[in-house]
Design a binder for this molecule. Structure first.
Ligand code: COA
Length: 162
């Protein structure tokens, strides 16, 4: 069976913590889609189309990964596109409660034979989130090594243009 996985998030911006999950998931599954979604509870720094371009640039060396974006229910996107695995990353215990609730709700909504699979983030990335990286960068701190270089370049450009 072809394994078609999706890893979703706001990715505003994509960090090296996300990269860690993506490179490992890409080794496990035949195809991996990075699915960007606007989270209505967050005001984005980069519009979704720009995020898609930035992420595609950061991932261009991984052949079985593609980038897409969607709105609405994750389960609808998964069912419509025939994904059989939804990958989520866990940074620590505090992610678990929320992830369990989402995975169980999604399980009701997914077609048969779709599984949510959790990968533990490598420990050097467990403290990273998109918001903390954005905040440090906006206040002049170095985030080199915390986001892929093409993403850092775009963040620098955005900051200079303000
Ligand atoms: N490395 C670094 N940071 C990570 C990470 C990792 N491995 N995993 C998560 N994070 C960070 C994210 O960057 C994000 O940071 P932020 O809050 O500062 O932006 C934070 O942890 C939370 O990540 P996540 O839970 O993936 O939130 P998100 O907003 O990126 O994505 C969706 C949430 C899109 C996955 C979820 O809201 C969704 O599926 N929505 C679709 C609507 C739907 O179906 N709703 C019903 C669900 S049951």
């Amino acid at each position: 069976m072809q394994t078609k996985a999706i890893y979703t998030g706001s990715f505003d911006p994509l960090t090296n913590g996300h990269m860690n999950i993506i490179t490992r998931a890409a080794r496990l599954y035949d195809e991996l889609t990075v699915g960007i979604i606007s989270n209505p509870s967050k005001v984005p720094q980069f519009p979704i189309e720009e995020r898609e371009l930035m992420i595609a640039e950061a991932l261009e060396s991984i052949p079985n990964v593609r980038v897409d974006h969607f709105s609405g229910l994750l389960a609808d996107f998964v069912n419509r596109n025939g994904f059989n695995v939804v990958v989520r990353g866990l940074r620590g215990g505090s992610d678990f409660e929320y992830e369990l609730q989402m995975a169980q709700m999604n399980a009701r909504l997914f077609n048969d034979h779709v599984e949510t699979v959790f990968l533990m983030t490598d420990p050097q990335y467990s403290y990273i989130s998109s918001s903390v990286v954005k905040e440090v960068h906006a206040l002049g701190g170095s985030i080199k090594g915390l986001v892929p270089d093409p993403i850092l370049r775009r963040m620098d450009e955005k900051l200079r243009s303000r």
